[in-house]
Design a binder for this molecule. Structure first.
Ligand code: HEC
Length: 131
């Protein structure tokens, strides 16, 4: 009996994770794509970015940006793998645009993160996830 319960839990668990769909491509406006990051990618900006990330982003995106934070399993869309080549191949401006404007389950941070410095610092911190 115990065995069957375990199987049932495994099947339900699998069905749940299998339901999480891969995100569709974003339409990032050209002016954001080519926007230059005004911050130096130094220790200070990375530390600022880390602080903001731990407060606002970790819950879904996870400690290492793998999309496995404590809230991630409840999301319909996979939040993305920030360590991979596909993510890291984007420009700083694209990453900043997605971070601040969001869409659907990815929250909008225009008012929660008003500081331009913190927005770009987040991008610098997300660059540290690169494999
Ligand atoms: C409530 C959960 C949640 C929180 C909190 C959250 N995100 Fe997201 N994020 C998502 C989801 C889900 C997606 C995928 C959405 C889509 O593509 O439609 C996403 C997508 C992204 C993307 C695009 C990924 C790619 O592959 O290009 C970036 C960048 C991003 N988030 C950054 C952040 C940052 C930075 C924060 C904190 C300021 C944050 N997110 C907070 C859920 C979240």
């Amino acid at each position: 009996m115990k065995f069957f319960i375990l199987i049932a839990i495994a099947v339900v668990g699998f069905a749940f994770t299998a339901q999480q769909k891969k995100a569709e491509a974003w339409k990032v406006p050209a002016e954001y794509k080519s926007m230059e990051n005004p911050l130096a990618n130094d220790k200070a900006s990375v530390n600022t970015g880390k602080m903001v990330y731990m407060k606002h982003c970790r819950s879904c995106h996870g400690n290492a940006g793998l999309g496995d934070g404590p809230k991630a399993a409840r999301l319909k869309t996979f939040p993305g793998d920030f360590s991979g080549a596909e993510f890291q191949g984007q420009s700083d401006g694209e990453i900043m645009y997605k971070t601040i404007f969001g869409r659907d389950e990815m929250p909008n941070y225009e008012t929660k993160i008003p500081s331009k410095k913190e927005r770009w610092a987040l991008v610098n911190y997300m660059r540290t996830f690169k494999k």
